[in-house]
Write a protein that binds this ligand. Sequence first.
Ligand code: PAF
Length: 283
Amino acid sequence: MEILKTKSEMNNWSKNKKKESKTICLVPTMGYLHKGHISLVEKGKPLCDELVLSIFVNPAQFGPNEDLNSYPSNIKNDLALAQKAGVTAVFLPEKGNIYPENFQTKVALQHLPGFLCGKFRPVHFAGVATVVTKLFNIVMPDIAVFGQKDYQQLQIIRQLTLDLDFNINIVAGDIIREKDGLAMSSRNTYLSGPQRVSALSLSKSLNLARELIAGGETNPYTIKNRLERLIRSFAETNIEYICFCDPQTLEDMEKIDRQVLLAMAVNVGKTRLIDNALINPSQ
Ligand code: PAF
């Protein structure tokens, strides 16, 4: 496994692979890898010749009061996991290499960031879109894999790829959960023992919504009330949003009469957790 520390090293590596007619898949991450990230690698590997995993904690996607400075990191462990998973190259740039002094450009979408997490994290998606655009230009992948846990991010990347004419196939990776249902996230490491129990309120409320919808409930407001009560019954929870929305446009749905995206963000103590499910009323 090669470790490429600058964008020119990375770009030259990709150009050489392309000369050899090799296809490249990119799995972008911010490190502190867990099974969720590894599942993205496993999804991408059979689709390409070379698998590039990038590790870069992107300062542009953190708001002023967010956890940039405490974001967990363990590069040694990340490299061991990447190697074991069969990654061909790790792109591990420094901040100054990605954002040199006098960096001025922002990639921002007009509509999709106005929903869900974007309402509460106003700088987040422009930061994501900017760094992903740069990663696409540097790595030049044929395929890129993004997890569905960040569903809004995935939709934004799909739109960006279309809008900016990237010839890249965007592949979605499933949400990977702990045995008890908690969606895997690098931020789970912030949770204390009791908070870890409260964190289950998200997956439990997704299950409750599935049951209510399967039982014929079509009113999102009625379901939302039930979910709010369930989540609030767990200690230290503070709901940021619960939305029933159209899986493509992310606009609110007034009636659940077709596939719906149920997405939520809940603070457990100081840790902000997100989760979602695509729910089909006919199932
Ligand atoms: O999903 C993430 O880890 C990040 O948002 C990404 C896509 C690596 C961009 O920094």
